[in-house]
Design a protein around this ligand. Structure first.
Ligand code: DOR
Ligand code: ZN
Length: 478
């Protein structure tokens, strides 16, 4: 064997501590898709090497070859409702995180509309303690805005939360709606002062109250849509943009549902305002035509709208105007969903279906697109985008020093989704009967397998609560 120079000697020494080497022909890195080798030690990426570099790794180190699958960074869903505490008959972290890893997600950000809602730093810490030992995925929480105490955001400890959820409109599972415009403005002022990223359910509650007063309870889903029209979203988004313009607050508008809202936010963003938006898997996958057939399953808040809206949201994804894709994983039981239209709560499970559902849609819409370009877009919205926006250190990219969260993704596999596949506790999916393109074959978190499709086995429930170190907080996101 040739003599080793000094760098190679150091490398050989480092390699003694390796836990795993993943080799891939299609490694999805920030520089693009390329063949490579990911060296993993202590749950982190130690190095990303070209495969033609000298392989100094001792033969004793375990290896995995991803073959023709893409190797993606562990995906991040910045919008789930895993229902702890208080609503665990709908979902819990064991089931929710199983659905997440089976769908390629290794990090989720959970919403505060639980019972009781998560409105204080203490409540966030308590929630983290409840979840410890029950989650396959790493997690962070959006704190809820307390409409009675918006000023709390000015002094929010970034170790506890860097983002706050604001409900501008009410529905079955929205307990803390900001109806007072003065309180809403105070929240924008306080969030700007505290450097807090707002995430908003932006619909106009006063308009909805007016319509409910005129029309009474809906009797079918067409009538429900008429009581929750697009104008509600448009009015609220316009208001958010003006508040951002005035106070400089960072605002991320969740589950955008109409073409007009996408136009408004894109223009504001182009003008340099710190406003961004999320598109959900269900607004990309379904239209009001589906709701006629699926009824309660695609009853959502905001409503599912028309084909032209869906087309505009896909265009936002393609042009990069949208920052993140979220599942808004919001399960309800079959019993709850099969009540009358008025009582049936909005929401569907979606974290497991999100990446494959969006991939399926992308391949169908743009079949001639180079899959490497398509996969980069998926990763931008489901990994890099949320990692940057919410300042999640070590997440979103396969680079040295990052957490060794990796997903083996088979881009051309086709399979039909049935209720049997569903890991969410509620046991149903609006995507049942869909022929999916793409399958998550294996998911690794911190260098350990947490989901293996070949065996159907899950890993350890030792997902971490991601506290945000002050140094990371100072780094500006996108
Ligand atoms: O459809 C929805 N369901 N929209 C929300 O904003 C909340 C969610 C839930 O918690 O069920
Ligand atoms: Zn939600």
């Amino acid at each position: 064997m040739a003599e080793l120079n000094e760098t190679e000697l150091n490398k050989a020494e480092l390699n003694e501590n390796l836990d795993l080497v993943v080799t891939a022909r299609r490694l999805v890195t920030p520089e693009g898709v390329r063949p490579g080798r990911v060296l993993i030690a202590g749950g982190r990426v130690l190095a990303v090497e070209d495969v033609d570099d000298a392989d100094t790794v001792p033969a004793s180190v375990p290896r995995m070859d991803a073959g023709d699958h893409y190797v993606l960074p562990g995906l991040i869903d910045s919008h789930v409702h895993f229902r702890t505490p208080g609503l665990t008959h709908k979902e819990d972290w064991e089931h929710g995180s199983r659905a997440a890893v089976a769908g390629g997600f290794t990090t989720v950000m959970d919403m505060p509309n639980t019972v009781p809602p998560t409105l204080t730093e203490e409540a966030v810490r308590e929630k983290a303690a409840m979840i410890a030992g029950h989650s396959l995925v790493d997690h962070r929480f959006h704190i809820g805005l307390d409409p009675e105490r918006p000023e709390l955001l000015a002094t929010l400890d970034p170790e506890v939360a860097t983002s706050a959820k604001v409900f501008m409109a009410g529905h079955h599972t929205a307990p803390t709606v900001v109806r007072d415009p003065v309180a809403l403005e105070k929240a924008f002022v306080a969030a700007a002062e505290g450097g807090v990223q707002l995430v908003l359910h932006a619909e106009d509650d006063l308009l909805f109250q007016l319509l409910d007063g005129w029309w009474g309870d809906p009797e079918n889903y067409r009538e429900y849509e008429a009581r929750r029209p697009r104008s509600g979203g448009i009015a609220a988004v316009a208001r958010v943009i003006e508040l951002v313009r005035r106070h400089g607050t960072k605002a991320h508008i969740l589950h955008l549902s109409s073409a007009e809202e996408a136009d408004l936010v894109s223009a504001a963003r182009a003008a340099g305002l710190p406003v961004s938006f999320e598109v959900t898997g269900h607004h990309l996958s379904f239209t009001d035509e589906d709701t006629k057939r699926l009824g309660a399953r695609t009853r959502l808040s905001p409503s599912i709208r028309q084909q032209a809206d869906q087309d505009r949201l896909w265009e936002a994804l393609r042009s990069g105007h949208s920052a993140t894709i979220g599942s808004d994983h919001a399960p309800h039981t079959v019993e709850e969903k099969t009540q009358t239209v008025q009582k049936s709560p909005p929401g569907l499970p979606g974290v497991q279906e999100l990446a494959v559902g969006v991939w399926t849609g992308m391949r169908r819409r743009w079949p001639d697109e180079n899959p490497d370009v398509a996969v980069a877009r998926l990763v931008r919205h489901l990994a890099e985008g949320p990692a940057d926006l919410f300042r999640l250190p070590g997440k979103g990219r396969i680079v040295p020093g990052a957490d060794a969260d990796l997903v083996f993704f088979a881009p051309d596999a086709t399979w039909m989704l049935s209720a049997h596949d569903v890991r969410a506790k509620c046991g149903w999916s609006a995507y049942e009967g869909w022929t999916m393109t793409g399958r998550v074959e294996r998911t690794l978190r911190a260098g350990k397998v947490v989901w293996d499709a070949a065996t159907g086995e899950f890993g350890d429930y030792d997902g971490r609560w991601l506290s945000c170190a002050p140094a990371a907080v100072e780094t500006e996101g996108v």
